[in-house]
Design a protein around this ligand. Structure first.
Ligand code: FES
Length: 88
C-alpha cells in the first residue's frame, strides 16, 4: 500500500536555476526513495540567482545553492516532522 503524500519537495526548473544545475538536483531527488514525499519541478520560486532553489512543503523550508552533496541534508530533513519545540 502506498503511503499518502504528506510532503512535497519543489525544485525550481526556471531559467536561472537550470543554469545553476537544478535539472540534476531534480533528477537525483526524484530518484530517491522518500515515502510520503512527492518531488516535483516547479517554476520560479522568486530567489533567482541563489539557486538551485528547493522548497519543502508544508514546512516552508527553503534551501538555496543546493549541490549534489547538499541533497543528503535535504533527504535527512524530509520525513522528519519536528516535534514540539519549546520557545521558552
Ligand atoms: S529561477 Fe529559480 S528561483 Fe527564480
Amino acid at each position: 500500500m502506498n503511503q499518502p503524500i504528506t510532503q512535497e519537495i519543489l525544485v525550481c526548473q526556471n531559467r536561472t536555476c537550470r543554469r545553476q544545475g537544478s535539472e540534476k538536483i531534480l533528477k537525483v531527488l526524484a530518484g530517491c526513495d522518500l515515502p510520503g514525499v512527492r518531488v516535483v519541478g516547479c517554476g520560479c520560486l522568486g530567489h533567482c540567482g541563489s539557486g538551485p532553489m528547493v522548497l519543502i512543503l508544508p514546512e516552508l523550508l527553503w534551501y538555496e545553492g543546493v549541490t549534489l552533496g547538499g541533497i543528503q541534508a535535504i533527504i535527512l530533513i524530509v520525513g522528519r516532522r519536528p516535534s514540539i519545540v519549546s520557545t521558552g
